[in-house]
Design a protein around this ligand. Structure first.
Ligand code: ZN
Length: 201
């Protein structure tokens, strides 16, 4: 494996996480500099480890996201949790200048975290199904329609490009350290947690 020096992941409070990221000129995509940015983003996501990363999270204010989920990262969750969340492995995806369309009325409520809000998690309501379109790493238009966990990751990452963090959308009473989440909420039905925490609507 080639050694890429990984940039630190920018933490909440940094202005770059609250700004609207800018469009990438398509002719720029094939340049070595841009390709190197993509490699750095993918390596940073894997090292974290995370299932998605947006360019602003490494301080680059451009509309670029990468996402990926595999058996290894999923292995920490039970069979039941995987099924409930619709968490399925998928290969590395790059979206440049993505646009996201929420499909249907169905939503899901699950715990979600962010590499830029390290050490915390909260319940966040997300659309069950989305369609994303954008350019891939070769500058070709691609459209991806997904449900479940990949749909959640996409909504989270595209939010980053608009200066939005999950803490803006979370059920505030569910905000927890990841340690407390493991201790108190792991493996429990969401409906029960919602009732216990007196979360409304
Ligand atoms: Zn995030």
């Amino acid at each position: 494996m080639s050694s890429i020096e990984l940039p630190p992941i920018v933490q909440t409070g940094a202005p770059v996480l609250r700004a609207r990221a800018i469009e990438v000129a398509p002719e720029r995509i094939s340049s070595p500099e841009f390709q190197s940015l993509l490699a750095t983003m993918i390596a940073t996501m894997r090292a974290a480890p995370g299932v998605g990363l947006a360019a602003p999270q490494i301080g680059i204010p451009w509309r670029v996201i990468v996402l990926e989920d595999d058996e290894e990262r999923i292995s920490g969750t039970s069979e039941k949790e995987r099924a409930e969340r619709g968490r399925v492995p998928f290969p590395t995806r790059v979206f440049i200048n993505p646009t996201l369309r929420l499909i249907g009325e169905q939503t899901e409520l699950f715990f979600e975290g962010c590499l830029s809000v390290a050490g915390y998690a909260a319940l966040v309501e997300r659309a069950h199904e989305v369609e994303v379109s954008g350019l891939d790493e070769q500058g070709k238009l691609q459209v991806w329609r997904v449900t479940g966990w990949p749909a959640r990751i996409l909504q989270h990452e595209v939010d980053h490009l608009n200066g939005t963090l999950y803490i803006d959308r979370m059920k505030t009473r569910s905000f927890t350290t990841t340690e407390q989440a493991r201790e108190n909420f792991s493996g429990r039905p969401i409906a029960e947690i919602v009732e216990q925490l007196k979360i409304e609507g």
